[in-house]
Design a protein around this ligand. Sequence first.
Ligand code: SAH
Length: 257
Amino acid sequence: MSRHLPKKRFGQNFLSNEIIIHQIINVIHPGPQDHLIEIGPGLGAITLPLLPCVAKLDAIELDRDIIPLLSSKTMTLGNIEIHQQDALKLELQQFTSKAASLRIVGNLPYNISTPLLFHLFEQKQWIMDMHFMLQKEVGLRLSAHPGSKQYGRLSVMAQYHCQIEALLEVPPHAFTPAPKVDSLFIRLQPIQPSLLAHNIVKLDEVVKTAFSQRRKTLHNALKKIISREQLISLDIDPNKRAEELTVDNFVKISNIF
Ligand code: SAH
């Protein structure tokens, strides 16, 4: 048994339920050609079962103390390289020169999950797919469809880049120590948006403004930036609310600027 006291500041909640771990491996469905990047491998809860199934696994771990433990556990199991690195500074080009070649996985430290996702969206040309454990509430917002309560800025901005599916709900007792919140395991697959945004920053601004007053009609919420007539000319009903608009609708609006 390795001795390692979980560190709160690194968001260390180690997966410890074998059934859940098995389900996670199943939905990732690793194959012999796969090149995996694992974010936050920790003591190897999912690294150990994944490693023998894939061609290469690059593990990105910030906590220096964990690396020798992980290294001794995994050495003989497959082709692994462990990088002591902050995932928020990850440059995927360091691992591949082939488009859509990397499969990214991780039981993420929940405090960095949203910034990390957006950091990865910027490099999505290298990514085949991503599988992440997240705080349930964040996972629900990411995968929410128009019209639902959770649909908001995070849903629109993430779904501009990826198709997102909620796969498994995971209770706190599947982890050691148990986190205070429920978790959700999700899949993200990079997509070519059906309508390209001329400027992502502008898109984000429009989405943020529209949802900052989610109870108001779109016309009212966006009054300062677009007129009722302009909305109608884009084929968007000005009496709708932000939560009823599709990603394409928001892109259309942002593209007039
Ligand atoms: N995958 C393991 C550990 C999950 S806990 C399991 O399921 O049991 C989250 C892991 O991410 C910890 O090992 C923590 O040290 C690591 N981590 C935290 N912040 C990180 C960062 N910025 N970059 C890379 N790894 C990080």
